[in-house]
Each structure stands twice: as C-alpha cells, then as structure tokens.
Design a protein. Structure first.
Length: 324
C-alpha cells in the first residue's frame, strides 16, 4: 500500500514509518523535520514538510495516490495552552482528513480519552470519550475522536480506525521514560500512592503491529453504520506499576526504590504546581492528570484488538531498556 504518515519525526510516527517500510509498504512521511531512517529503508520512504497548523495540504503538493493515512502527529504534554493543543490535535486532525478524504484513516489516539477522575478497569471502547478532562491533551484528543466519529458518517469519506494506546514505551521514547527519570530523587522515586496499581503499558512494537493490522482490517460493519472502528491497544497483561518502574530504572543502571506520596499531599502539590505553571508557561512536575494515571488502575479490554484486528499482543518487556 501507499501510506501517508503524519508526525513522522516523532517517537510513535517514526516507529510507524520504519515498521511500514520494513514490511514492504511505500511510505510518504509528513513532518516538520526529516525523520531518521536506516539506509536500507530510504528507497521506500519519501518525506514532505507539513506543519498541520497551516491547514490542509495544498492540492498541488498532495501525493498522486494514497491508500491510507496513519495520523500520529499530536501536541503531547501535560500543560500548556489549550488553544495550541486544539490547533494541533483537533484542527490538525481535520486538516489531514480534508487532505486525504477518501483514504482509510488510522488515527492514533490515546488512553487519555477515558475518564481521568475514575479508575479504568478493563475499560471497553464505548466508555470514552468522557465528559470532562484534567488537561488540554485529554480534552483535545477526545474532541478529535468526536470529529472523526461525525465525519465517518459521511458517504464520501474513507473508513476510520481509531487506536487507543496507553503509556507507549520502548526504543526512542521521548515522553514516558524522560518523565520517570526526571522524577527520581537520588535513590528514591516518589509516586502518588506508591505505584501500587495495575496498569496496561504499550510497547511501541505492539502499537506498530496494531497500525499495520488497522490498514487491512474488515471495517464493513462500521462503514454500514457510519462509525469508526475503535480499538484499545496495549501489551498482553497489566503490570504492577511500581515494580515495573523499579525494574526499568534498574535495567538502565539507575536503581531506585519507589516511595509513596500520600494522595492528599500529592493533590495539594499538583494544585499548586498547575497554578505556577500557568504563570511560567512550563509543564508542571506534578499535576492532577499525572496523579490520575499514576494512582488509579488503568487497564483495558483488548477484545477488539485481538478479535477484530487479529493482534495477539506480547507481554510487557524491558528488554534493551538501556538503549532506549
């Protein structure tokens, strides 16, 4: 297939580009920066500069044929301007859809679209989007899903597949791992509630397998009813968050011990940190959003991933963590 990939210079987008090219697809990579590619894949990937904030790609700049789009580009962060997040995550999604209206649209969403105020316990896809969110990232990713759900009902549009990974990790991670390492204080790693919760994590290889499956999955039942096919994406089984974080840091030759921060204290610190962040424009070190993902269970039903996409995910693995 000829597949367009947005956000191709990022962690997830770059992994998707490399995986698709390695499996024989022709890839048109879109991003503001040129993605890094192994020499053996360069002939299968072409790159075009596209800042989604500029709107749909002009017709004269569009590739002649695109069978499918994998939309990975997003403004990721815990804080910052809601307007900026909206422009990238919602209007950017709209721009990509308008640029390739007839192509199959694989949208990489997030587990953050589930209700952040309550635990996600084997959550099924129909439990999101929720009504309220704790930061701009969650609310705008949910808004992008709502836009695609409405757009999928149009007869002149290509089918939509929405993937919801939670806590993506692995080689090239620029988000999750840096935050964990930055939170360590010497030999201690403070976590709200002590990390004694079950969590589903998503290895980036699990996500790229889901993307490949989404390109060819049978979506006729959804097309007939004018809705997207939505799938949670995660490793095979949940893990104990605190134990896994300790193992990860040990694998990177930086052993730490997780220590619990009482939730009332953590929430007070988050309240103060978020208000300081509004003045400084920086991401808070601790936020209500972070607490919602560190102190509550976040597990997901993977029936759609396994039965509709045909992906049997591997267990969570820290193999090679030193090189991440």
């Amino acid at each position: 297939m000829r597949v367009a990939v947005t956000g191709s210079s990022g962690f997830v987008g770059g992994a998707v580009v490399r995986d698709l090219a390695a499996h024989g697809h022709e890839v048109v990579a879109f991003s503001r920066r040129v993605p890094r590619l192994p020499d053996e894949l360069r002939d299968q990937v072409t790159h075009q500069v596209w800042d989604l904030r500029d709107g749909p790609l002009p017709k004269e700049d569009r590739p002649e044929r695109v069978d499918a789009v994998v939309h990975c580009a997003a403004a990721v962060g815990d804080g910052g301007s809601h307007a900026r997040a909206w422009v990238v995550n919602v209007e950017g999604t709209r721009a990509v859809r308008e640029t390739f209206p007839e192509a199959r649209f694989v949208h990489v969403s997030s587990g953050s679209v589930y209700d952040p105020r309550t635990p996600s316990v084997a959550a099924t896809e129909d439990e999101a989007p929720a009504r309220g969110y704790l930061n701009a990232y969650g609310s705008t990713k949910a808004a992008a899903e709502r836009y695609l759900a409405a757009d999928a009902a149009r007869e002149d549009r290509g089918p939509v597949v929405v993937l919801r990974p939670h806590a993506v990790y692995g080689p090239g991670d620029t988000t999750l791992l840096p935050r964990i390492e930055a939170a360590a204080v010497g030999a201690w790693l403070p976590l709200p509630g002590g990390g004694r919760v079950r969590q589903h994590l998503t290895h980036v290889d699990t996500l790229t397998r889901a993307v490949r499956a989404a390109l060819v999955a049978d979506v006729e039942p959804e097309v007939a009813t004018g809705r997207p096919l939505v799938a949670n994406v995660a490793d095979a089984e949940p893990v104990d968050l605190g134990q896994t974080v300790e193992l990860l840091m040990f694998a990177r030759f930086r052993p730490v011990q997780v220590v619990g921060v009482p939730l009332p204290l953590a929430r007070a610190l988050a309240w103060a940190g978020e208000r300081v962040a509004r003045w400084t424009g920086r991401e808070p070190r601790l936020s209500r959003y972070a607490i919602s993902h560190l102190a509550m269970e976040r597990t997901y039903d993977l029936t759609v991933l396994r039965e509709r996409l045909g992906v049997d995910p591997a267990p969570t693995t820290l193999h090679g963590a030193m090189g991440w």
